[in-house]
Ligand binder design. Structure first.
Ligand code: ADP
Ligand code: MG
Length: 322
């Protein structure tokens, strides 16, 4: 049974790449990394009931399992090439595999990403994807280079995924005419867009970069810790979608934008003098970035409200084992 599932995965995800000397089917894959590049690798696991609600469509799970990993490569400024997939399924569910592969391939194909191997086991629904990408030597973006005076920017909008999860957990009793807005937010939760083009464009530009998976405060906090600096965020500058603002009052929308996880936008720092030019370049790539604050000496992330007062921020973001 496993063999048939693996064979089906191989058929559904077929992607020709010159540098894949041996893909799915042997004991291990044989890959030819491009000369003169550095290899960037990451792995992330999604567990049903923890990282996605039970009942999530298999195609959404396939998309998201790859997206969260590609987002890590984007945050490093790397271009993706190969993936491994460890699939743990409660039973040999062919329909799940078909749907999963459809979502996975929809994201993989435009990137020419090849699935080169994996593992298939029985157990509670759990998906691990490992991705491999490349950067020119020494050009990977890290969390560690932010300096006092840098501007802090973020791509896209924040808080949508958290609001999408809220929408799933609190379905309206009657048709209130706002299903389209909720649908947009749920799509943002289930089908995050890894900002790969932005990530590669930030090579040599950003002083630090991270993807927002656990919430802005938590993830910008990681940049601050790694860089030995603090950050000041202006609440009024946080980019928020019209769907988020139409469905929630300002306090809730702000809470989602600061602490909600799963947006997979990039948060990065740039010397202040370079912001305008960089923003224009990123906008031409199709995903704009908004300035949300600045890096300061010290430590920790502080948020200033529109009236100039500092906000008391309790829960920085989603933490496992908290
Ligand atoms: P082995 O026992 O040698 O590890 P497996 O039966 O686990 O072999 O896997 C056989 C082949 O199928 C290997 O090339 C492996 O990488 C690939 N494979 C197994 N499961 C998956 C999966 N879920 N996705 C992609 N490739 C897989
Ligand atoms: Mg194996």
């Amino acid at each position: 049974m496993e063999f048939r599932l693996i064979e089906r995965i191989r058929e559904l995800t077929a992607q020709a790449r010159e540098d894949v000397r041996l893909g799915i089917g042997d004991d291990a894959a044989v890959l030819a990394p491009p000369p003169g590049k550095e290899l960037v690798v990451a792995i992330d696991t999604l567990v049903e009931g923890v990282h996605f609600p039970p009942g999530t469509a298999p195609a959404d799970i396939g998309w998201k399992a790859l997206a969260v990993n590609l987002s890590d490569l984007a945050a490093m400024g790397a271009s993706p090439a190969w993936a491994l997939l460890a699939l743990t399924l409660p039973n040999a569910d062919a329909a799940f595999v078909e749907g999963f592969a459809e979502g996975f391939v929809k994201l993989a194909q435009p990137q020419r990403l090849a699935l080169v191997g994996g593992d298939t086991t029985r157990g509670p629904l759990t998906i691990s994807v490992a991705v491999h990408g490349f950067v020119p030597p020494g050009q990977a973006l890290t969390r560690a280079g932010a300096r006092a005076g840098d501007a802090v920017l973020v791509t896209g909008t924040l808080g949508d995924a958290a609001a999408g999860l809220h929408a799933l957990q609190h379905p309206p009793r009657d048709d209130d005419g706002r299903a389209g807005l909720r649908g947009f937010l749920i799509e943002r939760l289930n089908r995050p867009t890894p900002r790969l083009a932005t990530g590669t464009a930030l090579r040599g530009q950003a002083t630090a970069c991270i993807d927002v998976s656990d919430g802005l405060l938590a993830d910008l906090g990681h940049i601050c810790t790694a860089s030995g600096v603090g950050a000041e965020i202006e609440a009024a500058w946080l980019p928020r979608s019209s769907a988020l603002l139409e469905l929630h009052d300002d306090t809730t929308a702000l809470h989602f934008a600061l602490s909600g996880g799963d947006d997979y936008e990039l948060c990065f720092t740039v010397p202040a003098a370079r912001v305008a030019e960089l923003q224009a370049g990123l906008a031409r790539l199709g995903c704009g970035a908004t300035k949300i604050g600045r890096i300061v000496e010290g430590e920790g992330v502080r948020v200033r409200a529109a009236d100039g007062s500092w906000l008391a921020v309790d829960r920085p973001g989603w933490e496992h084992f908290a």
